[in-house]
Write a protein that binds this ligand. Structure first.
Ligand code: CP
Ligand code: NVA
Length: 306
């Protein structure tokens, strides 16, 4: 594993190794045990879109690992004025030890990986959000003690979150059900991968998808870059909400997760969000630990901490 571009590139073994290291890093962080394994290393963080969690967790993560992180707003880089990603990759590879990028097109991330000579980490594209899903899987395993026999259900837009969740959850052996409008299904590549599994089901019906779920997830109806379609999308997704009624279809003890930011009253009601805040904010914290494991693996070349 040289990069983290999308969940499909990871084997089940690699995912589990990352989660194991993330658990250990979380334990050490919580107990004040230092782990400066990336001393002298610098991560460049290119942002073409806004971020709270990704930016702060990567920056703090590098600091806790003994390295440095540079926040590079696309507004200030030449890439924002049209310098090709291929040239940006070749230049930044000579200064940095790794790049995390949040952008629109998956192609841009793939181009950095193709032309650069350092690890590239996808911090969200329109296509996928692998860092979030590693943290999500870590959180599920933490609360449910494993993945075997568990059903994950995602309700809402077949967007970057849906694409990565489907692939990640199927790879670790969970049953996966997805409810989206027929107009907003997950990416065709993801559907093709998923349909090879008899543990996968897509439906337009939220009730059918949520039946017997052990983990329910959702995401915003309008992602970054779709703000001008918000009103239209709010109409299209109005039935795609996690609420108390839907929770009744799920298994007792069903977790509820959200990558955040959340729009309460849209994709999730306030009562359900509040009742599951422990899970949702643990999920947010786990971004830090899961990404540190990715950084140790990619920038430090280690598959275990010791
Ligand atoms: N979930 C997530 O990626 O959050 P940010 O957009 O705040 O980074
Ligand atoms: N689907 C959302 C996820 C934000 C973390 C977006 O792309 O804006």
């Amino acid at each position: 594993m040289k990069h983290l571009l999308k969940m499909a590139d990871l084997s089940a073994k690699e995912i589990i190794e990352i989660l194991n290291m993330a658990d250990q890093l979380k334990y050490e962080t919580r107990h004040g045990i230092p782990h400066p394994v990336l001393q002298g290393k610098t991560l460049g963080m290119i942002f073409q879109k806004a971020s709270t969690r990704t930016r702060v967790s990567f920056e703090v993560g590098m600091y806790q690992l003994g390295g440095n992180a540079l926040f590079l707003s696309a507004r200030d880089l030449q890439i924002g004025r049209g310098e090709p990603a291929s040239d940006t990759a070749r230049v930044l590879s000579r200064y940095l030890d790794g790049i995390m990028i949040r952008t629109f097109e998956q192609k841009e991330v793939e181009t950095l990986a193709e032309y650069g000579s350092i690890p590239i980490i996808n911090g969200l594209t329109d296509y996928c959000h692998p860092c979030q899903v590693l943290a999500d899987l870590m959180t599920i395993r933490e609360f449910k003690s494993g993945f075997d026999g568990l059903k994950l259900c995602y309700i809402g837009d077949g967007n970057n979150m849906a694409n990565s969740l489907i692939v990640g959850a199927l790879k670790v052996g969970m049953e996966v059900s997805i409810a989206t409008p027929a107009t907003d299904k997950p990416h065709p590549d993801v559907m093709a991968f998923a349909e090879q599994h008899d543990t996968f089901r897509w439906t337009e019906s939220v009730e059918e998808a949520a039946q017997g779920a052990d983990v329910l997830l959702t995401d915003v109806w309008a992602s970054m870059g779709q703000e001008n379609e918000s009103a239209l999308r709010a109409k299209r997704f109005s039935g795609y909400q996690i609420n108390a009624g839907l929770m009744e279809k799920a298994n007792p003890g069903c977790m509820v997760m959200h990558c955040l930011p959340a729009h309460l009253g849209e994709e999730i009601t306030k009562d359900v969000f509040d009742a599951h805040a422990d899970e949702i904010f643990e999920e947010a914290e786990n971004r830090l630990h899961a990404q540190k494991a990715v950084l140790v693996r990619l920038l430090g070349g280690k598959t275990t901490l010791k």
